[in-house]
Design a protein around this ligand. Structure first.
Ligand SMILES: Cc1ncc(COP(=O)(O)O)c(C=O)c1O
Length: 402
């Protein structure tokens, strides 16, 4: 007889709650921030430049522009790419809303392509099927950290003259066919929110190999202002104080102390990445033959630094619903989350006329998944507890044994 779930009065697998993600901040991160706090520059200073250089090095991109968060990064990518009124931008519904919202910020329309039912990443065939004469860009999301099928998407974008943006909010550290995320698409956006692999509390960046796009990204994120006399439209008629606003931009600056924190965190990226890989490997082994559980398929090209570990419930083999399983995991003190409600399900999108049924694979996946804890600070014991909770519940709710 399987152990009774805690939600039904049994003993939880662990005493204290473990969450799906958590940052890892050491004394050296704190010291790096403190040093900059006592320096001359809190913003617009040399540490931001140093971070941008390091991000370019780590991602293999020619240029990096630091911004205040991943949403700002996506917005700037749309602006720099010249996306605007009447344009269509193809993206995935299985993502955080910002991947689609960025199109709306610039007056364009997000169009949702379906995902591959096994990898959960945007399906290149579905991208192609959604191209119209209004399509201008693709925003592909490296969902959970796994690289999208870059080569195929690149080919489609080149064939149809589309801008290729990758939302790699989940994927710093991931390498696709030998190339790090950040060096592949026309622009790649990153987020440094606390559940992400490296963090500065809030933070973001865009990488690109095109210096002209980098210049436009800087404009978009810094009020459309330049202080460089060489860039002034007229020779400087005013004086040394003069700066010039040439475009309508935003204040999406990252501070120097956040940049210091990210520089410190970047030093640990290889260790964070390895630890995430170890936990993923252990989970993969444990769930490979566990009835009732299906795991995300990896494409061989992706050497993934996984941000999220998703389990998909095979509800044909279980007597419970996804919500019951989710609540039962919580009662075992393993707090999961669901990534994501398909973006077009939200009331804002419904009011724009998007309807359920647009992307059947994404909708089906959404109904069956949850993200279990995955972060580098987890101990082996923590990971075993998570596995024990999943095993306990799949056994209890197994159709054959009840
Ligand atoms: C896929 C994806 N894109 C964009 C974002 C937005 O990033 P931020 O929260 O830094 O604005 C997130 C953050 O959760 C995300 O997961």
């Amino acid at each position: 007889m399987a152990d009774k779930p805690a939600i039904l009065g049994g003993t939880p697998v662990r005493e204290n709650k473990i969450y799906y993600g958590h940052q890892w901040i050491d004394d050296d991160d704190v010291a790096a921030v403190a040093e900059v706090l006592k320096s001359d520059y809190l913003t617009c200073g040399p540490t931001v430049t140093a971070l941008e250089q390091e991000l370019a090095r780590v991602t293999g991109a020619k240029c990096a522009v630091a911004v205040s968060n991943g949403t700002a990064a996506l917005h700037c990518a749309m602006i720099a790419g010249g996306i605007g009124e009447g344009d269509e931008v193809i993206t995935t519904p299985l993502t955080f809303a910002a991947s689609a919202n960025c199109a709306i910020y610039v007056g364009a329309k997000p169009v949702f392509a379906d995902v591959n039912p096994e990898t959960y990443n945007i399906d290149p065939d579905s991208i192609e099927a959604h191209i119209t004469d209004k399509t201008r860009a693709v925003v592909a999301v490296d969902y959970t950290g796994q690289a999208v099928e870059h080569d195929r998407i690149r080919e489609i974008c080149d064939k149809h003259g589309l801008l290729y943006v990758t939302d790699a909010a989940h994927a710093i550290g991931t390498v696709y066919d030998g190339r790090p995320e950040g060096s592949i698409a026309d622009m790649t956006t990153f987020s440094f929110h606390p559940v992400k692999t490296i963090t500065s509390g809030e933070g973001g960046a865009i990488t690109t190999n095109d210096p002209e796009l980098a210049r436009k990204l800087r404009f978009a994120s810094q009020h459309g202002i330049t202080k460089d006399p060489a860039q002034f439209e007229e020779p400087n008629p005013e004086g040394g104080w003069y700066y010039e606003m040439q475009e309508l931009g935003f204040n999406y600056r990252l501070t120097d102390f956040q940049s210091a924190m990210l520089l410190s965190q970047l030093k640990k990226l290889p260790a964070f990445s390895n630890r995430r890989k170890e936990i993923v490997k252990r989970y993969d082994e444990a769930f490979a033959d566990m009835p009732g559980i299906i795991v995300q398929r990896e494409i061989p090209e992706s050497d993934t630094t996984r941000h999220l570990y998703i389990i998909q419930l095979d509800l044909d083999k279980l007597t419970c619903t996804r919500a019951e399983f989710f609540n039962a995991m919580s009662a075992e003190n393993v707090q999961c989350q669901v990534h994501y409600v398909p973006v077009y399900y939200f009331p804002f999108y419904a009011r724009l006329g998007y309807e359920h049924g647009l992307c059947p694979n994404a909708e089906r996946i959404y109904e069956h998944i949850m993200s279990i804890p995955l972060y580098p600070m987890m101990t082996d014991r923590d990971a075993e507890d998570v596995i024990a909770a999943v095993r306990k519940l799949t056994e209890w709710y197994a159709k054959t044994s009840n």
